[in-house]
Design a protein around this ligand. Structure first.
Ligand SMILES: O=C(O)CCC(=O)C(=O)O
Length: 260
């Protein structure tokens, strides 16, 4: 399947421009043959917590209608980055995914909130770790800081996920952490990892891109530079099972001995 990662320049607080840009990039990705399109974290508003109430909307609000419409229009799998979703008991950094019929197939709210970026002062942390079906394969999503918590991704691998999507707004200071952690998560879990970062800046941070598509052996299949772009690669999700058969890391675990 051909994957496209839209590495967007997210303009803080400027919903109108960000929406237009996302729509153009999705259209462009599809015109280049993409079947799976991935957006970054908070692509609609950026980390604009001062105006959180303006940016918060219900799960079935306008962002979800936009994503649904694009998935259906182009008959693609759309991993819709994330946005600030008001889920009744609070606002969550939430990722929605759609299948080519425009059906919502995954709702994941970021579990680990990053205090360094004051996220925990404004948002609630998600409690669920769902998987979803992508054709004949299982898939999963985490958001940005979540990749520092390998237990979550191990859960997805143990539940037979073949691919992990990682929408992010990862700052330049820790770019090597981003690159190394994405590869480590791919190697240890033997699944594809698709990281979609932003490329641009807000009042506090620079986001340096380097979106990546990584194989279950940890090879970098494609990596973007620091400019806004669309990153493409063709991936074979069937290859995951042969990698796991050759070296059965997941079977060789001894979880009864780990005190975590
Ligand atoms: O973990 C990091 O260094 C960056 C995480 C982050 O920027 C985020 O979760 O938004």
């Amino acid at each position: 399947m051909k994957v496209a990662v839209c590495q967007l320049n997210v303009l803080q607080g400027d919903r109108e421009s960000n929406l237009l840009n996302a729509e153009q990039k999705i259209d462009e990705a599809v015109s280049n043959g993409a079947e799976i399109v991935v957006l970054p974290e908070m692509w609609l508003s950026g980390y604009d917590f001062k105006h959180l109430s303006k940016h918060s909307e219900p799960i079935d609000g306008e962002t979800s209608l936009f994503l649904l419409r694009k998935a259906k229009q182009h008959q693609i799998w759309l991993i819709g980055g994330s946005f600030t979703a008001d889920r009744g008991d609070g606002v969550y950094n939430t990722s929605l995914s759609y299948n080519p019929s425009g059906e919502l197939i995954n709702t994941y709210s970021k579990m680990h909130l990053i205090g360094l970026m004051k996220e925990d002062q404004y948002l609630k942390g998600g409690l669920d770790s769902p998987l979803f079906d992508l054709g004949n394969h299982r898939a999963s999503t985490v958001i940005c800081y979540d990749i520092r918590f390998p237990e979550l991704m191990r859960h997805y691998a143990a539940e037979n996920a073949s691919v992990l999507f990682v929408p992010a707004q990862w700052p330049i200071q820790r770019e090597e952490h981003w690159r190394i952690l994405l590869r480590a998560r791919a190697i240890e879990n033997q699944f594809f990892v698709i990281g979609a970062n932003a490329a641009g800046r807000n009042e506090n941070d620079v986001f340096n891109g380097h979106s990546m598509i990584i194989s279950p052996l940890g090879e970098i299949i494609a990596e973007a530079g620091s400019e806004p772009t669309i990153l493409y690669a063709t991936i074979d999700l069937d290859s995951v099972s042969s990698v796991r058969e050759r070296m059965p890391v997941l079977k060789d675990r001894r979880p009864e001995l780990y005190k975590i």
